[in-house]
Design a protein. Structure first.
Length: 387
């Protein structure tokens, strides 16, 4: 008999917690740059990326053997570097054993749940490839994961996320996001708001059931959640603040800044973050977001660089899970054509172009304004060469 969504969510939360604890282990061990390498697209990848995905996959394959899996990493780099492969396997084995021992000691008998780890190096490599070469389709169930979203920020000791989403027939039905380095003690999501004692914050949701929030310790247990209130609607567009990444090379920052100026939503950006999933967290978390008078609600737009109609470069693992969480809190996400995001078209959001994430009450107006900028931009319309 298939597991209920409630049981599936609990397994997913523990699975993400275990992976997040591994990433913290790597971070606090102060690994040198020799423990990282660059992938062909020049983004950094560390032992944490491989190790966390291996733990995610070992659990998912055990509990949900008939589902599909999609992850950012495959095992190619490890197969060509036996020394690194053995080091990652040792890290995974140690983290798995520690989690099993401490988790069993810290929970009640009724809550106990055993999460398996890879039984061998070969199995670990196979699990990495199973997700790293996975292709989501328009039908069926797929788990989409990003073991470390924001690796460049992770390497600096800043904000990153461990994400896991269950997608069925192209739509998110469950999402779990952990931000292992995030502290909200200062009331805002920022690169420097670092949790030095615990394991950050976890958000999780089943479609239609609201968002659970947990502040995590490093004690190998989840603890009780609390439901987050839905975000209040801003009174006017000038109450919004933009979330963006000034280091981005794939999004039209000039359009985003122009729109922010037009709306009076300054300064731009209101929040500057590297990780895609942490940017979604900034849409949902922080004192301003939850102020009873509407506060400073946040908005995020992504207008792709280049001519309209180019193939999407937005990877599904950079968005799956977070968009469900945001919708469950009263936000709305569409692409620039107003279409719902489709997670069943492969490893990228091939059925969508750009995105607008805004509080539901003002999403339509923000989308209309963005489209006006797009329609009169000569580069996007193909009438001028990109700079």
């Amino acid at each position: 008999m298939p597991l209920s969504l409630a049981s599936t969510k609990h397994i997913a939360e523990l699975t993400v917690l275990r992976a997040a604890l591994l990433t913290r282990r790597v971070m606090t061990s102060a690994l040198t740059s020799s423990s990282s390498l660059s992938k062909p697209d020049a983004t950094p990848v560390t032992m944490a990326d491989f190790g966390a995905q291996a733990l995610l996959m070992a659990s998912l394959r055990s509990f949900f053997p008939h589902d599909g899996y999609v992850g950012e990493e495959d095992a190619e780099a490890l197969r060509s570097n036996p020394q690194l492969a053995n080091a990652v396997h040792a890290l995974v084995a140690e983290a798995s054993a520690d989690f099993s021992r401490h988790h069993e000691e810290s929970v009640n008998e009724d809550e106990e749940l055993s999460l398996p780890g890879p039984k061998s190096l070969d199995e670990m490599l196979e699990l990495l490839d199973l997700a790293g070469r996975g292709q989501p389709g328009p039908r069926g169930r797929f788990w989409i994961m990003d073991p470390v979203d924001g690796t460049a920020a992770f390497l600096k000791g800043q904000q990153y996320a461990v994400s896991l989403a269950l997608v069925e027939d192209g739509r998110e039905v469950l999402g779990v996001l952990c931000y292992p380095n995030l502290s909200l003690d200062e009331g805002v999501v920022s690169e420097t708001s670092v949790d030095v004692h615990g394991c950050g914050v976890m958000l999780s949701a089943v479609r239609g059931e609201g968002v659970d929030y947990r502040k995590l310790s490093t004690e190998y247990r989840l603890g009780p959640p609390r439901k987050l209130d839905r975000l209040p609607s801003p009174a006017k567009l000038s109450d919004l603040r933009f979330v963006d990444c000034l280091a981005s090379k794939s999004s039209r920052l000039d359009i985003a800044e122009g729109l922010a100026t037009q709306m009076g939503a300054l300064p731009f950006p209101g929040v500057d973050l590297w990780s895609s999933h942490v940017r979604y967290a900034a849409l949902m978390l922080g004192d301003d977001n939850n102020a009873s008078d509407g506060g400073r609600q946040r908005v995020m737009i992504r207008v792709p660089v280049g001519v309209r109609g180019l193939p999407s470069r937005a990877c599904v693992w950079d968005h799956a899970g977070s968009q469900l969480l945001y919708a469950e809190m009263g936000g709305k996400v569409t692409d620039l054509e107003g279409r719902e995001m489709d997670f069943g078209r492969g490893r990228t959001l091939a059925g969508n172009w750009g995105l607008v994430a805004a509080p539901e009450g003002v999403h339509g107006e923000v989308l209309r304004l963005v489209r006006e900028w797009v329609e009169r931009d000569p580069v996007i319309q193909g009438g001028a060469a990109a700079a």
